[in-house]
Design a protein around this ligand. Structure first.
Ligand code: NCD
Ligand code: ZN
Length: 349
């Protein structure tokens, strides 16, 4: 049996939601991840210091008793974003970063930014104070083909930002194209890569009928892009790090409206590891999962270690969401019904 012991990973892009969903899903992350950057796209987005403090409190209260997991909070940028609030929240360790959603790009992004140039003054301040800018990199222009939105965003929006603010710490989140892989490396920025974009290409959404289980944003692209992402993630290069973009939606909503988001936190490490093994890159896994992110964000890596073992791991079809004793819904995880070859064995002391 193969085993791998690595420093405890962090998830640099995670949706934790609220209410019963939060309570039911958080253990999947808090058990084996030291920290996670928590996305601010709650129903009412996190746009102020007060709302971030209160959301963090809700998250911490939902953690299993002995957990040392640390949620890292983000401020959701809007057209009206208050620069004093943002910078003071960062300087006072309330906000770890700011998140830019172009308006209507994805789930709960209707409050997002309509004209990114209007935020340039804020980017200047973020650059000066070292506050990271996390970007959902897709244009929302309906004339742009859905599969081209990341590439067009890079040309229209990201490239000018990266040129104008060369010292701004930018992360292009959940990259999906070879174009993004190249841009990240050439422009000295960071990128998160999800497990699902390493496993599926766009065909998955159309296999056996329209299948919203594999619909997320940015949408999965052609096979050549998946292969480029696998190469980037497993390369060990410092600019690429783990960010699951685990985005749970109750089955009833997913089936009803096909909302965007794939829930992967129960299988994330095993899913990534499968890819690293297939690419003969197990030696680089710790860099991707536990070292590159802390280095980019200038925080120390976690001290604890976790052990992973290669043994059959059957993934459940659904996770039940309980409210008190009642099941209020189910969420389908990535790899539902599959048997993966890796399993987390636990924390190593
Ligand atoms: C995310 C969600 O559901 O909050 N959905 C997704 O498809 N990734 C939002 C996001 O990160 O785009
Ligand atoms: Zn996300």
């Amino acid at each position: 049996m193969k085993t791998l012991t690595i420093l405890k990973p962090d998830d640099w892009h995670l949706h934790l939601r609220e209410g019963p969903v939060l309570k039911n899903i958080i253990p999947f992350t808090s058990e084996y991840f030291g920290r996670a950057i928590v996305m601010p796209n709650t129903k009412i987005p996190i746009t102020s210091i007060d709302s971030a403090i209160s959301y963090k409190k809700t998250i911490v209260e939902a953690l299993p008793g002995s957990s040392k997991f640390e949620p890292l909070m983000t401020m959701y940028l809007t057209d009206e974003a208050d620069k004093r609030e943002l910078i003071s929240g960062f300087k006072n360790n309330v906000f770890f970063a700011a998140k830019l959603y172009p308006a209507n790009a994805t789930t709960n992004s209707s409050y997002g930014v309509k004209k990114i140039e209007n935020l340039y003054e804020i980017f200047e301040l973020m650059q000066d104070s070292g506050m990271p800018l996390l970007i959902h990199g897709e244009v929302t222009d309906t004339e742009v083909d859905v599969f081209d939105r990341e590439e067009v965003f890079i040309d229209r929006e990201l490239s000018p930002i990266a040129k104008r603010f060369p010292k701004l710490k930018i992360v292009l989140e959940h990259i999906t194209t070879s174009y993004a892989v190249d841009f990240v490396q050439e422009n000295n920025i960071g990128a998160t890569i999800t497990p699902h974009h390493l496993h599926i290409n766009r065909n998955a959404m159309f296999f056996g009928g329209l299948n919203s289980d594999f619909y997320c944003l940015p949408v999965a692209k052609r096979e050549k892009h998946r292969l480029a992402l696998r190469k980037a993630a497993t390369s060990g290069k410092e600019c690429f790090f783990l960010g699951t973009d685990s985005a749970p939606h109750l089955r009833k909503w997913k089936a009803f409206c096909g909302c965007a988001g794939i829930f992967n936190s129960p299988v994330a490490l095993e899913s990534y590891l499968t890819v690293f093994e297939e690419e003969n890159a197990l030696d680089n896994f710790e860099k991707f999962s536990s070292l590159n992110g802390p280095k980019f964000y200038n925080v120390p890596p976690n001290k604890e270690r976790i052990k992973l073992v290669s043994k059959p791991n059957k993934i459940v079809d659904f996770i039940d969401v309980f409210e008190q004793e009642n099941i209020v819904g189910q969420i389908k995880p990535l790899h539902a019904g599959e048997t993966l070859k890796w399993q987390v064995d636990g924390i190593v002391n």
